[in-house]
Write a protein that binds this ligand. Structure first.
Ligand code: AMP
Length: 189
């Protein structure tokens, strides 16, 4: 595949971040993670960080206005000329529609949506384990974990139906070792 405008998609705990780092090294494109961008803002206590903390600590989505503006700004930079790997955006159908507009205004389009599939049970078990390892505030509380799973099901998963008719969704079995899963992804490119 020559073009490299890629989106990595899947429930919280699917391994998006881990696989995205490996894939961006393979494709040599910037990794744009909205979760990482919000965490950076939270760490630096910016106005955006204050807003993001309020929502992410509950397992809810940061409002679209702030999120979409942040992504639009990032995708307008020069370093995405040869491609990008978007991770954690879009997370709702309105965000997917905004992304279509942003990309079309920039003369770009998506080439692939890599969908990492894992069961609800596996998600729950991975998120609880990650709480102990990474110390992420939004992984610590079972009610917050449940909220993130529900938010994914209700708001984010419908994005797949937005993209499927275009034939760009690549479903990847997200169960296995990091290397096994990465091989499945790398084989697409
Ligand atoms: P992540 O690291 O991708 O799981 O993101 C951590 C948290 O950041 C999420 O639970 C949301 O609160 C917030 N977040 C990340 N991406 C988005 C997005 N596209 N829209 C709204 N909120 C987001």
């Amino acid at each position: 595949m020559a073009k490299k405008n890629i989106l990595i998609f899947g429930p919280p705990g699917a391994g998006k971040g881990t696989q995205a780092v490996k894939l961006k090294n393979l494709l040599i494109v910037p990794h744009i993670s909205t979760g990482d961008m919000f965490r950076e803002n939270i760490k630096n206590d910016t106005d955006l960080g204050k807003q993001a903390r309020e929502y992410s600590s509950k397992g809810e989505l940061v409002p679209d206005e702030a999120t979409i503006a942040m992504v639009k700004d990032r995708l307008s930079r020069d370093d995405v000329k040869e491609g990008f790997l978007l991770d954690g955006f879009p997370r709702s159908v309105p965000q997917a529609e905004s992304l279509d507009r942003i990309l079309s205004d920039l003369g770009k389009s998506l080439d692939a949506v890599v969908n990492l599939a894992v069961s609800d049970e596996e998600v729950r078990s991975r998120l609880s384990k990650r709480a102990g390892i990474e110390g992420r505030a939004d992984d610590a509380d079972p009610a917050v974990i449940q909220n993130r799973i529900d938010t994914y099901k209700n708001q984010s998963e419908p994005c797949l139906s937005h993209y499927r008719p275009r034939g760009i969704v690549k479903d990847i079995d997200g169960i296995g070792t990091i290397e096994e899963i990465f091989k499945r992804i790398a084989d697409l490119f």
